[in-house]
Design a protein around this ligand. Structure first.
Ligand code: URA
Length: 428
């Protein structure tokens, strides 16, 4: 077999075998196929798509390119969740302690920020002392002892995905259903859990812009999961506004603390976190979804989830009273009376990245303290000159432009908008 023959087959629209796909993936991972050649192969998949069988072959080959985690030494049922990348997405930080309080295990490897979206690991690193690099035994022991640990993804899981994703990003081939499905599912399957709840974002702050393609992606991922005996539930969620009030690393940790200890409420955040937690609990404990919702709600409202959160952070060396939250503030006021009809997640994320909260524009370090706090939520009533949002910044020479840009992220209309549920659809 050689690369040219496989490429010519896909160019002619012929179906590929497992061995042909695995040949390309293995040789690209080992640097025997160069980026220029691989770009042609990826672009063919991007333009033509793949059959389900070929998508499964691609996923299987990507899983095989790295380690598969073994949780057999953990004395709990392990449940996992994955988000396809939201703006202000602190759901892992909220649901992990809820689920662990209910007797299940969350042994999670998370990522850093990618493109415009934030990463759970960067958020956790904004807590002074938090160790994202526990070794395997420490990780397993912590899950056995307290039910939860979140560490940084190792480079050893789905090794091929890292290289392929970087290339897809470079050549503009990210939004392809077989490529996304194989990328997400290879990492999730290799991460060891048998129950996987996926929060698939749809909207202007997400790479899936429309519901029809998101549903197709969901069904593909569920089918791949079935082939590996994994229970996969996909929750399609609206990403046309940031999640909760804060975007930025330390700011999101503060919001998580306030949300878990009950001093702050947000309807969309509560709906989404309790839905994700309820599905993890329902599948993990094999109980009805209604019973699981009740347990999630109780754990959140009686403060036990907050206690678990404190314990988790403390066990990993973090000090919640010392956040890396150093920043100056700039306030943004409304120009008119009305109701908030839209807060553009993508525009907010672009500003936060410019402030230094993420790694776009090839930035190698991030500023943990910067970001945006929304003082008005989606659908709120607002009066002229009322505070809309606060910018947390450390370095900028363009305060006026940033204020104007943030103002433009809000769409304010004269009549009360119809509220949309953050949950679009649940597929399993
Ligand atoms: N998230 C992933 O892990 N992979 C993709 O391809 C897109 C989003």
């Amino acid at each position: 077999m050689n690369f040219k023959d496989v490429l010519s087959k896909i160019v002619k629209g012929k179906k590929l075998s497992y061995h042909e796909i695995d040949y390309v993936i293995t040789n690209f991972t080992n640097d025997n196929i160069n980026e220029e050649e691989m770009s042609k192969f990826i672009m063919e998949i991007y333009k033509k798509g793949l059959t389900f069988k070929e998508t499964l072959y691609l996923t299987n080959s990507m899983i095989k390119s790295g380690e598969i985690l073994d949780f057999s030494k953990i004395n709990k049922t392990i449940v996992d969740k994955h988000s396809t990348g939201g703006v202000g997405d602190k759901i892992t930080l909220i649901v992990a302690p809820i689920v662990a309080t209910n007797g299940l295990g969350v042994a999670k490897m998370s990522g850093r920020s990618l493109g415009l979206t934030g990463g759970t690991i960067d958020k956790l690193e904004s807590i002074e002392g938090y160790n994202v690099n526990l070794d395997k035994n420490e990780f397993i022991n912590q899950v056995n002892n307290i039910g939860v640990s979140v560490i940084s993804q190792t480079d050893k899981i789905a090794v091929a995905d890292k290289k392929i994703y970087a290339l897809r990003d470079k050549i503009g081939a990210v939004d392809s259903i077989p490529l996304i499905a194989s990328s997400i599912m290879s990492k999730k399957i290799a991460s060891g859990a048998n129950i996987i709840i996926i929060d698939l974002k749809v909207g202007n702050g997400a790479f899936m812009k429309d519901i029809k393609s998101a549903k197709k992606l969901a069904r593909t991922m569920i089918k791949i999961g079935k082939k590996w005996n994994k229970k996969v539930v996909v929750i399609l969620t609206d990403m046309n506004a940031p999640l909760g009030k804060s975007v930025g690393n330390a700011l999101e940790i503060k919001e998580t603390i306030d949300f878990l200890n009950g001093t702050y409420q947000d309807k969309r955040l509560k709906t989404l976190s309790s839905t994700v937690a309820a599905y993890m609990i329902s599948k993990g404990k094999k109980i009805s979804i209604n019973k699981a919702y009740t347990l999630a709600k109780e754990t959140l409202e009686n403060g036990t989830a907050y206690n678990k959160f404190e314990k988790w952070i403390h066990c990993q060396g973090g000090n919640l009273s010392e956040l890396k939250d150093n920043a100056k503030t700039l306030e943004v006021f409304s120009d008119k009376d009305g109701y908030i009809d839209e807060i553009n997640a993508e525009k907010i994320a672009i500003i936060c990245n410019e402030l230094g909260s993420g790694r776009s524009n090839k930035r190698t370090t991030i500023d943990y303290g910067v970001g945006i706090v929304l003082n008005k939520a989606l659908y709120d009533k607002v009066k002229k000159d009322e505070l809309l949002a606060t910018i947390y910044y450390n370095e900028t020479k363009e305060k006026e432009r940033l204020v104007e840009q943030l103002k433009q992220s809000f769409k304010i209309i004269g009549i009360k908008p119809k509220e949309k549920n953050i949950i679009i659809s649940i597929i399993s």
